[in-house]
Design a protein around this ligand. Structure first.
Ligand SMILES: NC(=O)c1ccc[n+]([C@@H]2O[C@H](COP(=O)([O-])OP(=O)(O)OC[C@H]3O[C@@H](n4cnc5c(N)ncnc54)[C@H](OP(=O)(O)O)[C@@H]3O)[C@@H](O)[C@H]2O)c1
Length: 286
């Protein structure tokens, strides 16, 4: 598996599988398939309520822990130093592992600076290898970086051909922060997947539109973590390393940007909803 080198010197697989909104009962079969096909990176989060199932799937794979790259995220209700420290320990317990390869602060709300300090300390304590952010706007990212000792190694942002966030990506790259695109397939949006350009390029390379989109992400120096429980999709989403788009084709994909996001809550509404999402993640695993 090809990797990106992070600003802390660690390596991260360019491709992984995401388990957002995948029920625990479906996590096992999906990850068994993914490990069989060759994936070695899994992206979960406290709020996905399936961390125990991810831990079980890793154990069931029989693969050595160090061969698998595990990412999880702590929600903003566990912001602040003390809550984040406790949340990290609970996350490790649910995933049944001694360390996370990557830990992200999931949202930009609450005391994210206190949370970040706890994450830095977790790196020092060997509980986490790399730390990063998710869904931070520039103002809050600048605030976090101005107080941080460790720069974010990875930033997850919504990114797909209809919502490319090129300025935000360039901003993050100033800090050598690698971008990971969530909703890389626009959540399976039909209009995006049937965009004529992707069918045309797919015909040229003998690939599906989804594979063309995922290849565009990789060539744009973005980590991709497409979500799927479909065995055929899981396999085809992995077959991205035997073709390459030309520079001109990359530009043609850039031209389909519509500034259209699929997650679209105004910030104030988002903050109110997200800050009230107090959950007992241990009990509510589904
Ligand atoms: N940091 C954040 O705030 C955040 C937010 C959202 C997501 N994420 C992460 O990003 C990952 C990816 O996002 P996502 O899973 O929500 O959206 P996505 O990867 O853009 O799309 C997933 C959808 O596309 C379908 N799909 C997958 N491969 C396909 C293919 N080859 N052809 C056609 N359809 C295909 C899947 O259905 P099938 O199951 O039928 O294949 C599923 O409905 C998540 O799993 C999660 O780990 C992070």
């Amino acid at each position: 598996m090809e990797t990106f080198t992070l600003n802390d010197g660690n390596q991260i697989p360019k491709l992984g599988i995401g388990v957002n909104q995948v029920r625990s009962a479906d996590v096992g079969p999906a990850l068994a398939r993914a490990f069989e096909v060759g994936y070695r990176s899994v992206d979960t989060a406290n709020t996905y309520l399936n961390e125990r199932a991810v831990g079980q799937a890793v154990r069931d794979s029989g693969l050595p822990r160090e061969e698998i790259y595990l990412t999880s995220k702590v929600w903003s209700t566990d912001s602040g130093y003390r809550r984040m420290s406790a949340a990290i320990d609970r996350t490790l317990k649910r995933l049944d592992t001694d360390y996370l390869d990557l830990l992200l602060v999931h949202q930009q709300y609450g005391d994210y600076n206190g949370a970040w300090k706890a994450m830095e300390d977790a790196v020092g304590a060997g509980k986490v290898r790399s730390i990063g952010i998710s869904n931070f706007n520039r103002r809050r990212l600048t605030d976090l970086i101005s107080r941080a000792t460790v720069l974010p190694a990875v930033a997850q942002i919504e990114r797909h051909p209809y919502f490319q966030q090129r300025e935000q990506k360039a901003f993050l790259e100033q800090f050598s922060t690698v971008v990971a695109g969530w909703f890389p397939l626009g959540r399976g949006d039909r209009e995006l997947l049937t965009e004529p350009l992707f069918a045309e390029l797919g015909r040229k390379y003998g690939k599906s539109p989804a594979q063309v989109i995922l290849r565009w992400h990789l060539q744009g120096d973005t980590i991709v973590i497409p979500g799927s429980t479909d065995p055929a999709h899981i396999r085809s989403n992995f077959e991205l390393f035997d073709f390459a788009l030309t520079a001109q084709e990359m530009d043609r994909v850039t031209a389909v940007d519509r500034n259209k996001r699929f997650h679209n809550l105004p910030e104030l509404v988002e903050r109110i909803i997200f800050q009230s999402m107090r959950m007992d993640y241990d009990k509510r695993q589904r």
